[in-house]
Design a protein around this ligand. Structure first.
Ligand code: CP
Length: 315
């Protein structure tokens, strides 16, 4: 595996899920594989789960880990080729990526969407810049359009908790006070499409995701209708793709609460975290036995371990 930014970089989602399951059962089963290998993790944005679960996954494989919060600790990086660097940026990506490649065997990058420039975001300018100039394999720890490590953990969580062969899985837009990227929602659809499930998206008018991710799926603008008989409800806010980056304080009635969960087939509740309580989902749902959010976060370690294992295996 030369990079990990989407499902296109792997042979098979079910096979990668099996590897993650192996590591969940045997976290130290391959603890010598990463000896003398160094993992570099670069964060342009905040993180709790991704940072710690990826570090833990690397440690379980015997790797050394270097972590840097680039925005707070590093030089300000210029990404444009041919830039005349007489403004605030002190270091060009070309040197930054090449230098990192001297210290690290694999490089993880977290770089959220700007939500101001749809073209640049959907071209994955930052992540693809690192892939271009790094001399080592690069993987996404959430990019502008996708969050594959989260999605692998989500697929594993559904697989472990489904009670029917082909569950109904509903991705529901939920309210949020700030504009958020579409990455988690896009990626969830991309990965779940590769599993045996009935996948439904529900969101208010004006908040349809990019057709690149919703193609072939049912989009329902009536949330209660969509939730009927769901086995899994995945709540997530995303800002508008159409009116790029716009948010709204309308649709506050899209919060997932017990009344809505009662429409489902005793569905399990999912969210990637962090979550705004009583905005995205009520305390009652989040605290209930139907909530899987902590298990999703737990599975992040084994998802990351499966991906790092693939990198190590492929050299
Ligand atoms: N779900 C997730 O990626 O969490 P963090 O932003 O805390 O890493």
């Amino acid at each position: 595996m030369k990079q990990f930014i989407s499902t296109q970089d792997i042979d098979s989602v079910p096979k990668l899920v099996q590897i993650a399951k192996y590591f969940k059962a045997s976290p130290h089963g391959k603890e010598h594989l990463g000896k003398n290998k160094t993992l570099g993790l670069l964060f342009f944005n905040s993180s709790l789960r991704t940072r710690l679960s990826t570090q833990k996954a690397a440690q379980n494989l015997g790797m050394n880990v270097l972590v840097m919060n680039v925005d707070e600790e590093g030089w300000k990086i210029e990404f444009d080729e041919g830039a005349v660097m007489n403004q605030g940026e002190q270091e060009h990506l070309q040197e930054a990526a090449a230098v990192l490649s001297q210290y690290c065997d694999f490089i993880g990058v977290r770089s959220f969407a700007s939500l101001t420039d749809r073209e640049a975001d959907y071209e994955e300018k930052i992540l693809r810049g690192f892939i271009r100039y790094a001399k080592k394999p690069v993987f996404s720890m959430e990019s502008a359009t996708r969050h594959p490590l989260q999605s692998l953990a989500d697929v594993l969580t559904v697989e472990e908790n489904k009670t029917v062969e082909k569950p109904k899985v509903v991705l529901s837009w939920a309210p949020h006070p700030l504009p958020l990227p579409q990455a988690v929602a896009n990626s969830f659809l991309e990965w779940m499409k590769q599993t045996d499930c009935e996948l439904v998206v529900t969101n208010p008018e004006g908040f349809d995701l990019s057709e690149e991710f919703t193609e072939g799926l049912e989009i329902v603008h009536d949330q209660c209708e969509a939730l009927k008989n769901a086995d899994f409800v995945y709540a997530k806010n995303w800002s508008s793709f159409e009116n790029y980056g716009a948010t709204t304080d309308a649709f506050s009635d899209w919060t997932i609460d017990s009344r809505k969960m009662a429409l489902t087939n005793r569905a399990r509740f999912m969210h990637c975290l962090p979550v705004r309580r009583n905005v995205v989902v009520t305390d009652e749902v989040l605290n209930s036995e139907h909530s899987l959010v902590i298990e999703q976060a737990n599975n992040r370690t084994f998802a990351a371990q499966a991906v790092l294992y693939k990198f190590l295996q492929d050299g």
